[in-house]
Ligand binder design. Structure first.
Ligand SMILES: Nc1nc2c(ncn2[C@@H]2O[C@H](COP(=O)(O)OP(=O)(O)OP(=O)(O)O)[C@@H](O)[C@H]2O)c(=O)[nH]1
Ligand SMILES: [Mg+2]
Length: 156
């Protein structure tokens, strides 16, 4: 399951529209995050894997959401994440990772999630990871600020 939205970033060059995909395993917190960010934009739901590709063209950024407390499924999350990065149509997209559910006991921190997802393998692309709690509303805007600045400065 995923979500897609477009957002306007104002910059010195005027308003720039960015198409952003929010992806991640089920239960990661994607819907909660978008609700928290109070996106005024139209958010559409992407049904399931086979259809994800239809949403890939013209995507400037991917937000990949991980349930940091669901350590059993981090391997699956890693495989899914790297499969997404392999997609030709997403080669130019900037990647923001949300290590979500930091409020839960046993949640891995950003360094541990970086290790589990093997983020050091990411090549030729701008990326960053932020610790978030969608429930508490923590870390989300910091991440979005990074994304906004990165897209304004020309993206990948
Ligand atoms: N404790 C805690 N729970 C969270 C957090 N973010 C989301 N949840 C909970 O996790 C569950 C799943 O959240 P959703 O936002 O529905 O997850 P999703 O990624 O949209 O899931 P799908 O739509 O099934 O793909 C819900 O019960 C949320 O309340 C968080 O930061 N902390
Ligand atoms: Mg959802």
């Amino acid at each position: 399951m995923g979500l897609v939205f477009t957002r306007l970033f104002s910059s010195v060059f005027g308003n720039k529209e960015a198409r952003i995909l929010v992806l991640g395993l089920d239960n990661a917190g994607k819907t909660t995050i978008l609700y928290r960010l109070q996106m005024g934009e139209v958010v559409s739901t992407i049904p399931s894997w086979p259809y994800w590709r239809c949403y890939f063209p013209n995507t400037q950024a991917i937000i990949y959401v991980v349930d940091s407390s669901d350590t059993d499924r981090l391997v699956i999350a890693r495989e899914e994440f790297h499969a997404i990065l392999e997609e030709e149509e997403l080669k130019g997209a900037v990647v923001l990772i949300f290590a979500n559910k930091q409020d839960l006991p046993g949640a891995l921190d950003d360094a541990a999630v970086t290790e589990s997802l093997e983020l050091h393998k990411i090549k030729n692309r701008q990326w960053s990871i932020f610790k978030t709690s969608a429930i508490k509303g923590e870390g989300l805007f910091e991440g979005l600020d990074w994304l906004s600045n990165t897209l304004k400065s020309g993206g990948s």
